[in-house]
Design a protein around this ligand. Sequence first.
Ligand code: COA
Length: 324
Amino acid sequence: MAPIYSRIIATGSALPERAVSNADLEKIVDTSDEWIRTRTGIRQRHIAADGETTGDLAFLAAQRALEAAGVKASELDLIVLGTTTPDIIFPSTACLVQQRLGANGCAAFDVNAACSGFMYALGIADKFIKSGQSKKVLVIGAETLTRMVDWNERETCVLFGDGAGAVVLEASGEPGIYATCMHADGGYKELLWNPVGVSVGFRDEPNHGVRIKMAGREVFKVAVKTLDSLVDETLEAVGMHESDIDWLIPHQANLRIIEATAKRLQMPMDRVIVTVDQHANTSSGSVPLALDYAVRSGKVQRGQNLLLEAFGGGFTWASALLRY
Ligand code: COA
């Protein structure tokens, strides 16, 4: 039987209207534009308005992707949404978005893999298509991470932003996603986490103790090392070499981590999509936002090979190598 591939037929994204610069943050915490730029590459981030949710951003990104694909919501047979900041505890944000799109009836669920959420969602969707179970799938990565940032803690609050991206996948005889890789190691859970919740309980603290805690330097070191082996693993899975990759579309957490991965791939930075300067770290939103920017700006062309990767809390890490 001829192989079935998942092809990205269109992309979409959405950002909150309000952009907050590093200079704006200087007024809130003891930081500087220079510190943030040189350590992370971030210049600004978008922050959701009061009442604006992950689901709102996901819905907009999905609408834009469906419109660009020329696919009706009723044609979808699966929605997978990566997020670690769902609108409510349940139903899943995927279900909320499904209803707003008018795709009622298809399977819909969220995936929580922190910053690797979209890459996990893409890998899962690819398996649904490859197995013959699904023909048209909407994959979304969406977050309002600034809702769980402690705005008094300069080590973390300068790093994150809100946003969403989406892709429409279709079953095809032509490549397509060649391979996806997914990993996790819960042994690192305490280096990057938000350790309150329904079952362990919330805390008698501002915002019920909901805030991101991170050991930045340690996360940085493990991320660089892990992403190095992830790109090796992904290339090996497909039997490709560094030189076969046209674009690296990495998780947008820190420019220095991105540069380290590009170096490992021997890729000049003009073949790497960088949006961290504009969006900061939007967690599950980051890779699909960068992909949509790359497509709509005309950088990424049909027929090119793209390497997508992400790393996040868990730790989790995941990748996809595909022909666009
Ligand atoms: N503004 C100014 N100074 C700050 C600051 C801020 N926003 N945040 C921290 N500092 C200070 C620290 O207090 C420390 O001061 P000290 O030397 O007087 O103790 C100094 O800057 C250096 O801190 P350090 O944490 O060692 O800096 P770093 O070079 O490791 O950079 C990160 C910090 C967070 C930018 C970096 O570690 C990083 O990007 N880590 C990965 C984070 C990440 O990507 N997480 C998400 C993964 S999905």
